[in-house]
Design a protein around this ligand. Structure first.
Ligand SMILES: [Zn+2]
Length: 572
């Protein structure tokens, strides 16, 4: 009898278990999105490739073969047939100036204007479409492309821009053309003396022609008002749309204005933030974030703060990156130039104090350092912080990390510093770097392979608006190292080239790790945010030179398609 009772109980329990699993199978939620027939490179070492992915809400719930994900299909599931195209995790740009980038998209482009008439036409057109009173900026004009090659004067554009101030730069950044409206707002007249280090170009009567050289440019630049809230919002939206079209699903905004962060918050609340943002305000304002007590990477999947951005030195282009040895082309003067430490580094103890303060508050430190001694000095300071506060998962970063001293690769790795690098700069600076710093130092420039060999983690980015935001161009640069002047088709210091897989990893998992988000994004894995990008070519199998011609077909953020290049989508 007792035996029977037990048997009956067992039967009841087994039935209950069976029934429960039946119910579960029936009530398993259907996916919102299936992407099938894809060539998926997951950047997940546990499962590097797959054919299909299922998304529920904003997360990936399954990857595998078409058959594997089929069980997730429901009546309302949207199914996208990828037709064999390559699907990657969305790109995460670890170093951008996002709002300036958005502004730049609205600037007038004059560099390829082939005549002064074309120059005037473009400025006039821009004045017509921009709100009245908005300054027209940008330019990069180059009068050497005109016949005759004469410096433009304000008379050329004044009739087209009576109420629109214009301040457009020559491509070398050493001269601008300002129109009468701009000169008026800046108070520049025939009576204005030339400032030290600058020249107001004048006609035979002594009246300004509108051309302003070097320090004289600042006289007019001072009159340009700071961005209004509406202008900032407009720039952020332009930047977001541009990022979506390029497959950039996360960005790390270096030294934003606080007003930029406020605009992001507003966009987030309106459901219009289509890229995930991590903001790193200046370390000179470290007290603000310390007071709140938020620590690194605080916020939501779409908007985080909790990092600070510091500056160690300048740049190679302006010969202000800080080196142990002088610039080769400036070593023979009385005062050989080794570059400059930034004002934040005078004295160095001031920077150390700020870093200690940031670290004690749990903030992440990202430091711009380009020259070998600039980088080395920051590594010293990072060691000081570790010594003072003990070992911890801090993820110190050096932004750019361009020119390494041979002695510092090991230290870089030992301190677990992340190299946040921008490969496009390599194919740009590669045109002139050797002339400035010589072969030996150039061999440790943008040394991505050496970093990897030492176990240093790389995070990829662009420094947009200093360089283009396009991730395919960045991957092309890291893989080919072919300088923009065409002089190094097989690669400038080719031993530093990365493979496509390594470049993709740096742009996804590498950048996610650099913002403490490697468990949330960076790979196409179940449980992670569904940020993905579908490409027009398989960048793993095409010729490396072709990578830069690859287009982004679709971009997904949190499972939502935010960019679709297909003709049917463009018609809608
Ligand atoms: Zn930057």
């Amino acid at each position: 009898m007792r035996q029977d009772a037990r048997r009956l109980a067992l039967l009841v329990v087994s039935c209950a278990v069976l029934f429960a699993s039946f119910i579960q199978a029936q009530s398993k939620p259907a996916a919102d999105l299936l992407i099938t027939n894809a060539r998926i490179w997951t950047v997940d070492k546990a499962r590097p490739t797959a054919q299909a992915v299922a998304v529920l809400g904003d997360r990936i719930v399954a990857i595998g073969s078409n058959v594997d994900v089929e069980v997730w299909r429901g009546p309302k599931t949207r199914v996208i047939d990828a037709r064999g195209q390559l699907l990657l995790p969305g790109f995460n740009d670890a170093h951008v100036h996002f709002v300036s980038g958005g502004q730049q998209l609205d600037n007038v482009q004059l560099n390829d204007a082939a005549s002064k008439e074309e120059f005037a036409r473009r400025v006039g057109e821009r004045a017509r479409i921009r709100p009245k009173g908005d300054w027209i900026l940008g330019g990069d004009w180059d009068e050497t492309k005109w016949n005759p090659a004469t410096i433009p004067s304000k008379e050329l554009i004044d009739p087209l821009t009576p109420e629109t101030p214009v301040f457009v730069s020559r491509y070398d950044g050493h001269m601008v053309l300002a129109n009468s409206a701009a000169l008026r707002l800046a108070g520049i007249t025939a009576q204005t003396p030339d400032p030290p280090g600058g020249l107001i170009v004048r006609d035979v009567q002594g009246n300004p022609t509108g051309a302003l050289k070097d320090a004289a440019m600042d006289l007019a630049a001072k009159a340009i008002p700071p961005l209004s809230h509406d202008q900032r919002m407009h720039a952020a939206k332009r930047a977001l749309a541009h990022a979506a079209s390029l497959g950039v699903t996360s960005i790390q905004h270096m030294d934003p204005d606080y007003e930029d962060v406020a605009v992001y918050r507003e966009l987030l609340q309106r459901g219009e933030l289509t890229a995930r943002i991590y903001a790193a305000p200046l370390i000179t304002d470290v007290d603000d974030q310390v007071k709140i007590g938020i620590g690194h990477a605080f916020g939501s999947p779409f908007l985080r703060i909790g990092a600070v951005k510091a500056f160690a030195d300048g740049s190679l282009g302006s010969r202000t990156a800080y080196f142990y040895e002088p610039y080769l082309d400036q070593q023979k003067s009385d005062q050989p130039n080794r570059g400059l430490l930034s004002d934040e580094m005078h004295p160095i103890s001031l920077m150390r104090d700020r870093m200690l303060k940031a670290d004690a508050a749990g903030l992440q430190i990202c430091t711009h350092a380009i020259g070998d001694e600039g980088i080395s000095t920051i590594l010293d300071l990072y060691s000081d912080v570790i010594r003072a506060d003990g070992e911890a998962d801090r993820r110190f970063r050096i932004e750019h990390a361009q020119h390494m001293a041979a002695k510092d690769f090991d230290r870089f790795a030992q301190l677990h510093v992340i190299a946040s690098v921008q490969p496009y700069h390599a194919i740009d600076d590669g045109r002139f770097a050797e002339g400035r710093i010589g072969h030996d130092r150039a061999s440790r420039t943008y040394a991505f392979r050496t970093f990897r060999n030492h176990g240093v983690r790389l995070a990829f980015g662009t420094d947009w608006d200093v360089a283009p935001l396009d991730p395919l161009l960045t991957i092309y640069a890291a893989v080919t190292r072919a300088t923009l002047d065409g002089k190094n088709p097989n690669g400038w210091f080719p031993e530093q080239k990365l493979t496509v897989a390594e470049a993709v990893e740096a742009y996804t998992m590498g950048s996610a790790f650099a913002e403490f988000q490697e468990n949330e994004k960076g790979s196409i894995s179940p449980g992670k945010l569904a940020d993905m990008v579908l490409l027009s070519q398989d960048i793993f199998s095409i010729e490396p030179e072709e990578i830069r011609n690859t287009k982004v077909l679709k971009t997904f953020v949190g499972g939502k398609m935010i960019w679709d290049a297909s003709p049917s989508a463009l018609h809608n």
